[in-house]
Unconditional design. Structure first.
Lengths: 382, 382
DNA sequence: TCAAATTTATGGTATAATAGAACTAATAGA
DNA sequence: TCTATTAGTTCTATTATACCATAAATTTGA
C-alpha cells in the first residue's frame, strides 16, 4: 500500500535511483541502462549528464561491441562521498571510513570491555571518525553520515539499542539521537545481519533474487532480501532465526522459549555437548575421516537443516547464504546441509534452493556497517 | 530493486491506484484523499472527475463537517465490473460472481469426486460462470476475469497447479492457459491462504499493518501481508507453516520432513492422538470444565505456539490472524495461544503481537477467490 | 438574517520530466 | 571508402502535477 504520491519531480529521483542501481554494480553504458531499465535514451542521457556535471559519476573507458559505435561506460565516482561506520561487537569496537564502492579508507579496531558507559564509547568512536576525516582531508560535508551496527536487538526506525544478554548495559540507548546531535550528520543504526545481507546482495557473488542470509557467530541472526530490499517486518526485528525452536519441548533458552536453534548448534552449545576444542578442529578431523567429528557435522546439519527448512518453507527463497563460523572449509558441512534441507523443505520440491556459504571478504564485511548509509545515498529520494 | 521506469503517464495510473486504495475501503471525499495521500487537490479533482465520467466512481451523500462546506463523499461503483471465481476444495467446487465490493451476486456449490478430469471440471465451472453472467445480464466485457483458488501447491506466476497429496490427479494442470484460452478473460490462480489474507487485509477488521494469516483446515497454510501487499517470496510458495517442523526428530510427514505442525494439531492428528469425535465437542467440553478437554486445548496451544512463535520471530508481524477450524468459540484457545506465544517469541519482548481469530464472514471468505482479480483492477497499472 | 470564517472543490498557468523522432558520432567489415 | 550498425544528443510535443486564485457551500455568531 503506497501512501506517497508521485509527481513530476519524484519521477526524476526514482529514475536516478534506477540508474544508480545499475552503476553501483558495475560500469554500464547509457545504452545498456536504457535498454535494461526501459527508460528512453534521452532521459538516461539527461540524468547521467547531470550526474557527470555534479561529479557523481564519470565516463570511463569504452566497452567493445560487436558492431557499431563503442559504448562509453559510466562509473560511480567512489570518493564523491564517504560514510563513517561504528561497529559494536561483544569484545571490540570497530570504526571505519568507507567510500561509495565500499572500500575502506581508514579503520581502527579496539578491544574494549568498557560497556559501562555507552556514551563514552560513542564519544571515543566519533572522535576517531573526526580524526580519520581530517587525516584523509575530507570535509565533514562530504561524509554522508554514520552507520552503526550492533548484534543485539535494536529498533532501526528510531535508532535505539535495546538491552540484551550480550550488551547488558545498553538499556534503550538512543544511539541515533546522541550521535546525530553530536555530529550533525545522519545516523543509521542497524542489525549486523541486515547490513551484511545488504552488502552481500550488492556483491553479485550469488545470483539470488530472494535469499535468506544467516549470520552464525555467538548468536544466530538472519535477514531476508526480497527483490533487492530487506524484508523488515513491522518494526525491523524480523529474522530471529537463532531463537526459532526446533524442539518444542527442548533445551530451555534464556529468551524464554525452548529448543532454540542457538542452544544446539552455537559453538558454545557444541562445546558443551561434545566437549570440542574448536569448530575448526572438528572440521579438520572430519576431513581426515574421523568418525566422531563427522558425527558432529552430521548433528549440526540435522539440527540446522530443520531451522533452515522451516525458514525456507516460510520465506520461499531461491537461496540461503550462511556467513560466519561455518564458512571454514565449508564443503563437507554444506553438502550435508543441502541434502537434509532438500529432504525437509517442501519448497525444494518446486524449485531448487541452494545453500551456500558467504564468500564475502573480511573487508567487505567490515564495510557493510556503512551499507545502509550508502544505500540511502544511492536511493536519492530527493 | 525497481526495474521499471517512471514516466509522466505512470504517475497518473499510480496516483489513480492510490485514490482507489482509499475509496475501496470506505467512501472518502476529495479533500480527505488529498490530505491523506499528499496529492494536490487539483490532481485529486482531475483524476476523480475522470473516474466519475467513466462511471467507475460516484458522488454519494455529503459528510458532516465541523465547519465550512460539507465534503462530497466519493464511492466505488460496485457493479461497474464483476469478477468470476472458481474455488477448488477437496470435496466440492464453488463458483461465484462477485462485484467490486466483494459482494456475491451469484454462486453455486457442487459436491464432486470427479477429480479424474480437471479439464472437465473447469469446463463445467466455466459453463456455470457463463450462465450466471447471462442471468445477471452482464456482458462478458464487464467481467474482469476469473480468479481460481486451490489449497494445494501451485505456481501463481504461471498459473499452474502442481500435484499434491490432496489433489493427486492435478499433475501440472495449466489452469491459466486452459481457462484463458477458453474464456478469453484474464485468469489468476492463487493459493487460498493468500486470497483470504488479501480479503482480510482489506476488511479493516484488525488494524494490523504486517500480519501473518493462518488458515487451518485439513492442512495448515499461511500468508504474510506486509504493508498491504502479499509477501510472495521467490516463486510464491511462501507460507508453508503446516510443514514447519516443531520437533526436528518428530513424527514423519508425507512431505519428507519430520515433526511438521500438521502432524500435531490438524483435526486428523488430534483424532488419532486423543480419539476425539470433533474439535467442537472438545471445545464445548473444555468450557464445561472438562479436564481432559482442557488438556487437549493446552496441547494444541503448546504445539501451535511453537510454530507461531517461530514464524513471528522470522516475520516480525504486529498481529497473527487465524482462520478456520479454531475459530469455533475461540476465546479459551486464543488466550492460551497468546500466553504461550508471548513466552516463546522474543519479538513479543519488543512490541506486542496479538493472536486473533478471523472474524471474516462466510460470504467474505467465499468472495476472496476473486480478490486477486479485483486487486488487479484497482491497481490499474494502465 | 447576514457577514465573517472556514472548508471543499475547480480552473488556469507555469513548470518539470519524459518519449519519440531526427540527427550526429563512432566503429567494423566489405 | 562506403555501408550497416550501434551509441549518444538535441529538440519538440505531450502530459501530469503544483500552486495560486477563485468559486461554492456551510456554520457560527453578532
Amino acid at each position: 500500500m503506497k501512501t506517497y504520491p508521485h509527481n513530476v519531480k519524484t519521477i526524476k529521483s526514482e529514475n536516478r535511483a534506477l540508474i544508480f542501481n545499475y552503476l553501483r554494480r558495475k560500469p554500464t553504458s547509457r545504452a545498456e541502462i536504457s535498454k535494461g531499465s526501459g527508460m528512453s535514451k534521452s532521459a538516461v542521457t539527461m540524468i547521467t549528464n547531470e550526474l557527470i556535471h555534479d561529479g557523481q559519476i564519470v565516463e570511463t573507458n569504452s566497452a567493445p561491441s560487436a558492431r557499431g559505435r563503442k559504448s562509453i561506460l559510466l562509473d560511480i565516482v567512489a570518493d564523491y562521498r564517504v560514510a563513517a561506520g561504528i561497529s559494536l561487537h561483544r569484545k571490540h569496537i570497530y570504526v571505519c571510513i568507507v567510500d561509495l564502492k565500499s572500500r575502506i579508507l581508514a579503520y581502527a579496531s579496539h578491544k574494549t570491555s568498557d560497556w559501562n558507559n555507552p556514551y563514552r564509547l560513542m564519544d571515543d568512536a566519533y572522535r576517531e571518525i573526526c580524526g580519520f576525516l581530517e587525516e584523509l582531508n575530507i570535509p565533514k560535508e562530504r561524509c554522508l553520515g554514520i552507520g552503526v551496527s550492533a548484534p543485539g536487538p535494536l529498533d532501526y526506525v528510531s535508532g535505539v539499542m535495546m538491552s540484551s544478554p550480550e550488551f547488558e548495559l545498553f538499556h534503550n540507548v538512543d544511539v541515533r539521537s546522541y550521535l546525530q546531535n553530536k555530529s550533525g550528520m545522519p545516523v543509521m543504526l542497524d542489525n549486523n545481519a541486515v547490513l551484511l545481507a545488504m552488502q552481500q546482495s550488492l556483491s553479485n557473488q550469488y545470483p539470488y533474487k530472494n535469499f535468506i542470509f544467516v549470520v552464525v557467530s555467538n548468536g544466530i541472526g538472519s535477514a531476508v532480501i526480497n527483490n533487492g530490499t530487506v524484508y523488515r517486518g513491522f518494526r525491523g526485528f524480523a529474522g530471529e532465526l537463532g531463537h526459532t525452536s526446533i524442539h518444542a519441548n527442548g533445551i530451555p533458552c534464556s529468551c524464554g522459549n525452548a529448543g532454540c536453534l542457538e542452544k544446539y548448534i552455537s559453538i558454545q552449545a557444541l562445546q558443551e555437548k561434545f566437549g570440542i576444542p574448536s569448530y575448526e578442529k572438528v572440521v579438520d578431523d572430519a576431513y581426515m575421516g574421523d568418525h566422531e567429528a563427522n558425527r558432529i557435522l552430521e548433528y549440526i546439519a540435522d539440527e540446522f537443516s530443520c531451522a533452515l527448512g522451516n525458514a525456507i518453507n516460510l520465506f520461499d527463497p531461491d537461496g540461503v547464504i550462511i556467513y560466519g563460523q561455518f564458512s571454514y572449509r565449508p564443503e563437507k558441512l554444506f553438502a550435508l546441509l543441502q541434502e537434509k534441507v532438500n529432504r525437509r523443505s517442501v519448497i525444494t520440491r518446486t524449485h531448487p534452493v541452494e545453500i551456500s556459504y558467504s564468500r564475502m571478504q573480511p573487508d567487505e564485511a567490515s564495510a557493510s556497517v556503512c551499507s545502509a548509509i550508502i544505500n540511502r545515498y544511492f536511493e536519492q529520494k530527493l
